[in-house]
Each structure stands twice: as structure tokens, then as C-alpha cells.
Design a protein around this ligand. Structure first.
Ligand code: G3P
Ligand code: MG
Length: 246
């Protein structure tokens, strides 16, 4: 079914943001970007998970962080040049690489809010944004929406064009001075930045503009508490076992 455009100027509603997202599925407690990690996060009581989605050599979206296979699997070479037959037979830490559709279904089954980080391989930003967002739109059609995000403005623009009903966040390491202008141009609703990129100026502008600020990667209880007190909406953590204390 083609995406139904929203009336001009209208943004999709943001989901209620829990304070903590388990980073890359289950953080450091499970092989990253796996279904086992997502299940573990849910068992620990975390209500939201972040994971990275890239396209295979055949255009199939799957969960993986790096453009190459070596760090997290027993495979070799570039994800974007590897056929599905090989990718989905690899060992990614005792777990297979998950297809995005399976991760989406699992999140829905477990009642988890998903932050789908669109992680395009270089050169296929638009196609990745388009494919992942269209699939997310259909997988969550009759359900509370997930939150898309990406470092890639090209991927975000493509995602917004095919799935205008899905809320989007713009990811940066350190927000540039003109981040509000760029966020508005992308029609993104949340700003996601690295812990090192959080400054008084960013916090103050985000508060004034009413933009939720999400910060990665926060693994320390005191730091998390300080950020929340300063107005940060949510953090991504590698320690989903600590979120009760955040
Ligand atoms: O989405 C937040 C965080 O995951 C961004 O960094 O490199 O871990 O995907 P990375
Ligand atoms: Mg990520």
C-alpha cells in the first residue's frame, strides 16, 4: 500500500519515549544487533531498543552495525556485496544475523519501542532509507510507531518521503551550531547526539524549541541522572541491566 501523505506542515506524532534504549539490541550483555539481545533487553525490563539496519547485496534489510563482516561475524567482506545465502548462514556471536522483518516482529511481540537506526553503506543512502522506511511503515502499520533515525541526511529524506507517518530523529556526534535549521529542513523531530556532543547551548536550544534530545552511549548511572536533570529525554545504553537505576 503506498504511503498516505500527511497534510502539509503536519508531523507524525512522536511515540512516548522511555528514558532508556538498550543500544544495539542488548547492549554489551549479548551479541550486538541480534534477536537474542532484543529478547534479553525485554527480559531486563527495558521498554525500548535501538538497532542498526543495513541492506544486503540483494537489498534485504538486516541488523548489523559495520559495513564489513569481520568484527561481529565469522564472515569476510562488505555486507552490501554479500548475497543473502551467505549472510544469513553466518555466526554473529552464536546467533544468526537477523533480518529486519524478524527484529520488527519481535519488538512488536515484546511490546518494545524500536529505534531503527538506518545505517546505509556508502553510496546506497537513498535506497537504504527508502527500503527500510517503507518496510517499517508496513510492519508497524496498525501499531504504535517506531522511531527512525540516521546519521545520513540523504537516508532520512528518502525515509520521510516514503513513510511520512513515521517519526524521525537526526543523529550527529556533535550538533553543529545550526542544528535547529538542519533538523527543520529534514523534518526530523528528535536530535540524537553523542555524550561528548552535549553542551549547555545544545540543552538550552533543545529546551526552548521543545526538541527531545537523545544521547548515546551512556553507561554510568550518575551521568544518566545528570543528563535527565538537565533536560535530556532519553539515553542509549550498553548496560540494560542498570536502567532501573538510571
Ligand atoms: O543510535 C545511537 C547510536 O547507535 C549511534 O551510534 O555507531 O552505535 O550506531 P552507533
Ligand atoms: Mg546505532
Amino acid at each position: 500500500m503506498p504511503a498516505i501523505p500527511l497534510p502539509v506542515g503536519q508531523k507524525p506524532p512522536l511515540p512516548t519515549l522511555p528514558r532508556c534504549f538498550a543500544h544495539r539490541g542488548g547492549g554489551r550483555l549479548a551479541p550486538e544487533n541480534t534477536l537474542a539481545g532484543i529478547r534479553l533487553a525485554a527480559r531486563l525490563g527495558v521498554r525500548a531498543v535501538e538497532f542498526d539496519v543495513m541492506l544486503s547485496g540483494e537489498g534485504t534489510p538486516l541488523l548489523i552495525h559495520d559495513e564489513t563482516l569481520e568484527r561481529t561475524t565469522n564472515g569476510r567482506g562488505r555486507v552490501a556485496e554479500t548475497p543473502d545465502r551467505i549472510l544469513f548462514s553466518l555466526d554473529a556471536g552464536g546467533e544468526p544475523l537477523p533480518r529486519f522483518v524478524d527484529a520488527a516482529r519481535l519488538c512488536r511481540e515484546l511490546g518494545l519501542l524500536a529505534n531503527i537506526e538506518i545505517k546505509p553503506a556508502a553510496g546506497v543512502e537513498i535506497e537504504t532509507g527508502r527500503v527500510v522506511a517503507a518496510l517499517a511503515d508496513s510492519l508497524w502499520r496498525d501499531a504504535p510507531k517506531p522511531l527512525l533515525s540516521s546519521f545520513s541526511p540523504l537516508a532520512l529524506e528518502a525515509a520521510r518521503d516514503v513513510a511520512p507517518a513515521l517519526p524521525c530523529g537526526w543523529l550527529v556526534d556533535c550538533p553543529p551550531d545550526d542544528w535547529p535549521r538542519q533538523l527543520a529542513r529534514l523534518e526530523a523531530q528528535t536530535l540524537h547526539c553523542a555524550l561528548a556532543g552535549v553542551s549547555r547551548e545544545v540543552l538550552s536550544k533543545a529546551r526552548i524549541l521543545g526538541v527531545p534530545l537523545l544521547v548515546y552511549t551512556v553507561n554510568d548511572e550518575k551521568v544518566a541522572k545528570r543528563l535527565f536533570a538537565a533536560g535530556v529525554s532519553a539515553v542509549f545504553t550498553d548496560c540494560p541491566d542498570l536502567v532501573g537505576r538510571f
